[in-house]
Design a protein around this ligand. Sequence first.
Ligand code: HMG
Ligand code: MG
Length: 313
Amino acid sequence: MGALEVGLPERVPAAGLPSRVEIWEVGPRDGLQNEDTVVPVEVKLEFLDRLAGAGLTTLEATSFVHPKWVPQLADAEQLLAGLDRHEGVRYPVLVPNERGLNRALDAGVNHIAVFASATETFAKRNLNTTLDEQFAMFEPVVTRARAEGLEVRGYLSMCFGDPWEGVVPAAQVVRVGKWLLDTGCSQLSLGDTIGVATTGQVTNLIGSFVAAGVGTESLAVHFHDTYGQALANTEAALRSGVSTVDSSAGGLGGCPYAESATGNLATEDLVWLLEGLGIEHGVDLAKLVETSVWMAGRLGRPSPSRVVNALAG
Ligand code: HMG
Ligand code: MG
């Protein structure tokens, strides 16, 4: 039977691409933080379990943010307590400040992500700080987390465009991003929070980081699909040497503090691309589609992912 009949594209490897991509699954966090209703913790736990069962090895589980700011993830402690950790799977969580770090440490977390803003307006709206005040908030978090032996990722939002400030200058993005890496983050995820980036911008921004001395092995990309560019932008990032890509199962997602943000790049769409390019990804696409169809049933609306709809149909 040919690849298409079993729900996979033909593999046609291309030059100049990584041989393996690490998929950083953000559905349980970036996806569910944006739902109108609060998903019961049992459903979240089953979602995480199914995602691990589909072969994903990095599952961003939840956030230790202020529960009033993101009520959808107010059950972070309960979730971590009930988590059935799969062998070889990492479960990072978002942490904004020292209060969040204390909560994460109490919950036995060993991998966190801080999340900075490349713009002044989004720093205010998402973190209630100025652009520079966010450094004072994150510095003790990163330093203490590292001292406690935790792995720390740094997110950077609004790297390409900001709904209030327009196009974001690459130099401004590189300044904040370099600070995160210099302070102790082992990886920097470049976020197109509102999904407006195009491929030239992606190539240029990654080039700007490389010119500033940042190796592409320290970079990840995080695309939202508002303008349908997420997959094209991902390929541009792969061609620039990036090999960690954030995505969410079924294309769930958005950001409660950036209204123009829609879902993340769907993991299924990403897997289809990677599979077709002969890039190793470790995911069982059929199981993942089944999971997204199940989750769509829990949420009461269909997945926006093209691949989910094509394969589930
Ligand atoms: P604040 O209101 O300025 O906090 O919020 P504060 O430091 O003034 O403290 C006020 C009260 O909140 C205090 O309680 C604190 O203890 C409590 P009180 O003394 O009044 O009783 N508090 C907390 N409680 C629990 N957990 C905490 C915590 N911190 C303070 N961690 C804060 C500042 C940063 C906390 C708030 O702005 C916040 O929680 N923001 C999170 C927003 C968020 O989660 N956004 C979505 C994630 S980012 C994203 O989606 C983008 C990304 O996907 C990449 C991309 O797409 O670009 C990552
Ligand atoms: Mg996001």
